[in-house]
Design a protein around this ligand. Structure first.
Ligand code: 5GP
Length: 199
């Protein structure tokens, strides 16, 4: 019996900013305990309620640079508004060391980088039903300035193109329905990888 954890997938949830992927990811983690979220590192300011080591590792620009130079990142992104975020290899090691399946929540460039470099990666793109709906959600969240919302919308238009390269696309028209779809995709992928390991 082959039992290498290397054949277990790395799951990546991606999508346009404001499409609701954060909520879907929380629901997935609650319903499928085998899956664990890799905590990204970021240079952005902490939002109310966010905790270091839980929502992100909040790093200074200098610390981010140092870790980047030491090749500690699997992938990273520099956003036009100055923020940088990235996935640390140590997070994948930590989660696989617990015998669990890593889940990354990334913007689409990062997701496609992981798809190209990590064998067995499964990428799931979450999108709002329309750009108008996306704008409404971003304004409702209101943690960004008007200029930042415009930049995020422009980015969203470009990101939608990248959904075609992902393994799955989920339209978040209704959060309950979209969560069910995400859970069933992940359960099926985990079953298939277990079946492969037993073969
Ligand atoms: P936020 O700043 O709103 O938490 O996240 C902004 C965007 O950055 C989201 O699309 C989120 O998925 C993405 N993101 C968060 N962490 C990472 C990361 O480690 N790498 C990449 N490529 N994107 C990330």
């Amino acid at each position: 019996m082959a039992s290498s954890t290397a054949t277990k997938p790395v799951l990546v949830v991606t999508g346009t900013s404001g499409a609701g992927k954060g909520t879907l990811v929380q629901e997935l983690l609650r319903r499928v305990p085998e899956v664990a979220l890799a905590v990204s590192a970021t240079t952005r300011e902490r939002r109310p309620g966010e905790e270091d080591g839980v929502h992100y590792w909040f790093l200074s620009q200098e610390e981010f640079d140092r870790r980047f130079a030491a090749n500690e990142f699997l992938e990273h992104i520099a956003f036009p508004w100055g923020q940088r975020s990235g996935t640390l290899w140590s997070e994948l090691d930590r989660i696989r060391g617990e015998g669990r399946v890593p889940l990354l929540e990334l913007e689409p460039n990062g997701a496609l980088t992981v798809q190209r470099h990590v064998p067995g990666a499964v990428t799931i793109f979450v999108t709002a039903p329309s750009l108008e709906e996306l704008e409404r959600r971003l304004r409702e969240r209101a943690t960004e300035s008007a200029g930042e919302i415009e930049e995020r919308l422009q980015l969203a238009r470009e990101q939608l193109e990248q959904s075609r390269e992902c393994t799955y696309v989920i339209v978040n028209d209704d959060i309950g329905r979209a969560a069910k779809e995400l859970v069933s995709i992940v359960r099926r992928e985990l079953q298939e990888s277990t079946a492969t390991m037993r073969a």
